[in-house]
Design a protein around this ligand. Structure first.
Ligand code: 6R9
Length: 572
């Protein structure tokens, strides 16, 4: 394969000798940043908000720029402290206590962020939900976690089956003229009335912080529990990888319903005292470029699907905006196709830095830093303090260029502490000789860069050859007629599996036999004969999660006429 390499640049992680840093790195050094190093107790909300609000040089800095179609507001660190104190008082006065599960089910708004910090300040465990969840998805999560409380809006309340959830005794409604009766509380008027002063609950570093539900390919969604200790890694990766520096304006496009929207939409930026932009509403290329321009965003964290959508909007659109403040771009969630990296170079004149991690890992694990050369299509290298390897199905480490299980040595600070109510599931991650097994398949090259191949379940075995669907999808995307591609293995009596590609075409392209043949030949020439899709099917849209992942299991279910499983995370 011919790899395009983009040379190293300057950044916070300015260490020439990567290997030496990896060997000498000690997470306890980072702990000195936080209060527990002195007192033995900590609270993430104090470290992310209050300590800056109490600092005369930082308190008047804008912490949050919030905008959507109806609102346009800004809040300093001092404002954030007061408003999250009000939220903390509101929750506490209604009887919420340390360790209770408090769900947040509302569209993006400043109050969502106050509520999250308010809950953290009293030591509660936050359960963020996507606003698009329907009743079944809400029920599963509240039931499984024995939720005590939820903060929601009058519209979304219709999807909360309050009467069926006996544990759920405190329902805060953020609206006008809310009638208080039974479990219902008027969040807004209580916020308005409550005090701006609050003494945070000092917790242990191993106390619960956040519960993110994530769907596997089978079964109900599982609750991944993270603790306050995770902040060490949120903080350090925000420095090293997001490269956040004094004066930066940072925008993470992810919703807090997804781990990226909390670890890096809330924790990472604020733990480093950075000005954070939140834009509500749906994606449109104009709106996004406008947001970058208007807030003079310097660091931007988004996802491959979004970049691909911007790409297919055409390069003319971006020319109407002044994006000269932008200096660092990052991506997460799905493989970042080389095609997209090269597009980033062209239109932004910047490298897009891929980062790999999972809900379960809590924070970034394998990354491209400013100070290292990027190999387009690679996820980068493990951050110092993280040991990653490719292992076989017995847990033996494999040499470079062998495809296998992407696995991590236990002990990084932000690792999940359990799967809620399901210790067995939690233990199953560690069955291969104690390695944390990600479920992704990948290989490492001779320079220690990791290359994603697919979810283990998605890897295709065709005529004795292992093919990673990602490689084929990336090649398909390079074809001028194609905007999206999802590739699966389809059972075949002769070859075991054959490669089948679902493709959506650019506006104006028509499906013809010639085009099909052209696409097949394109992959054959670009990759290899065995990687070329034998079957092609055209669709207007491909099934994706809200975080932009192509749902190959849904494609497979369509193909084989099987049930599609839990679809609560599928985008509409
Ligand atoms: C943060 C997040 C985790 C799964 C992961 C992998 C895929 C994430 C990726 C990537 C290729 C990257 N994934 N980052 N694949 N390149 N840079 O996405 O968490 O929603 O739990 O998903 O996403 O398959 O195992 P989560």
């Amino acid at each position: 394969m011919n790899v395009q390499t983009l040379p190293a640049e300057k950044g916070n992680f300015n260490l020439k000798d990567y290997e030496k840093t990896v060997e000498n790195f000690d997470w306890t050094e980072i702990e000195k940043e936080f209060s527990w190093y002195e007192t033995g107790k900590v609270n993430l909300a104090h470290e992310a908000i209050d300590r800056f609000a109490d600092d005369s040089e930082k308190k008047n800095q804008v912490a949050l720029y919030y905008s959507d179609a109806n609102r346009d507001e800004q809040y300093t660190f001092e404002d954030m402290k007061k408003l999250s104190n009000k939220a903390a008082n509101t929750l506490k006065d209604a009887g919420i206590q340390k360790g209770d599960r408090v769900f947040i089910f509302m569209p993006r708004s400043p109050e969502l962020y106050f509520a999250i910090f308010g809950a953290i300040k009293i030591g509660a465990i936050v359960g963020p939900l996507f606003e698009a969840f329907m009743e079944g998805a809400v029920r599963d999560r509240l039931e499984d976690s024995d939720a005590k409380s939820i903060v929601t809006t009058p519209t979304l309340l219709e999807r909360v089956p309050v009467d069926d959830l006996p544990q759920l005794d405190t329902v805060f409604i953020m609206g006008e003229d809310v009638k208080e009766e039974g479990p219902y509380y008027d969040f807004k008027s209580r916020l308005d009335k409550s005090s701006e002063e609050f003494d945070v609950e000092w917790v242990d570093r191993e106390d619960g912080l956040i519960l993110h539900y994530t769907s596997g390919s089978t079964g109900k969604p599982k609750g991944v529990l993270h603790v306050h200790n995770a902040m060490i890694q949120h903080y350090q990766t925000a420095k090293w990888v997001l490269d956040l520096q004094e004066g930066d304006v940072y925008w993470c496009t992810a919703d807090p319903g997804w781990v990226t929207g909390t670890s890096y939409g809330i924790f990472g930026p604020w733990l480093t005292g950075t000005t954070n932009v939140v834009r509500g509403g749906r994606f449109s290329p104009q709106d996004w470029y406008e947001t970058l321009q208007r807030f003079k965003v310097t660091v931007w964290y988004s996802a491959p699907t979004a970049f691909r959508m911007l790409m297919s909007a055409g390069d003319e659109v971006v020319k109407n905006y002044d994006l000269s403040n932008l200096r660092h771009i990052l991506s997460v969630g799905e493989p970042l196709n080389p095609e997209v990296v090269m597009w980033g170079e062209k239109v932004f004149n910047l490298r897009i830095h891929d980062t790999w991690w999972m809900t379960e890992t809590g924070a970034m694990m394998i990354c491209n830093y400013p100070s290292m050369a990027i190999k387009a299509g690679s996820m980068g290298k493990p951050i110092p303090g993280v040991k990653a390897a490719i292992v076989d199905d017995q847990g033996n480490e494999l040499p470079p260029h062998r495809m296998g299980n992407l696995a991590i040595d236990k002990g990084w600070p932000s690792m999940m502490r359990t799967i809620w109510n399901n210790e067995e599931k939690f233990n199953s991650y560690f069955e291969l000789d104690g390695w944390y097994v990600s479920g992704d398949s990948a290989y490492m090259d001779e320079d220690g860069y990791f290359w994603f191949q697919g979810r283990i379940d998605d890897v295709i075995m065709t005529a004795g050859e292992r093919v990673g669907p990602f490689e084929v999808e990336s090649k398909l995307l390079e074809h001028p007629a194609v905007t999206e591609a999802g590739v699966i293995g389809k059972p075949d009596p002769v070859r075991g599996e054959i490669i089948k590609a679902f493709v959506s075409l650019r506006d104006g392209e028509e499906v013809t036999e010639d085009l099909k043949e052209d696409i097949r030949t394109f992959v054959k020439k670009g990759l290899s004969a065995h990687a070329a899709p034998r079957e092609l099917e055209f669709r207007d849209k491909l099934p994706k999660t809200r975080s932009g992942k192509i749902m190959r299991r849904v494609l497979k279910a369509w193909e084989l006429d099987l049930p599609t499983g839990d679809l609560s995370t599928m985008d509409d």
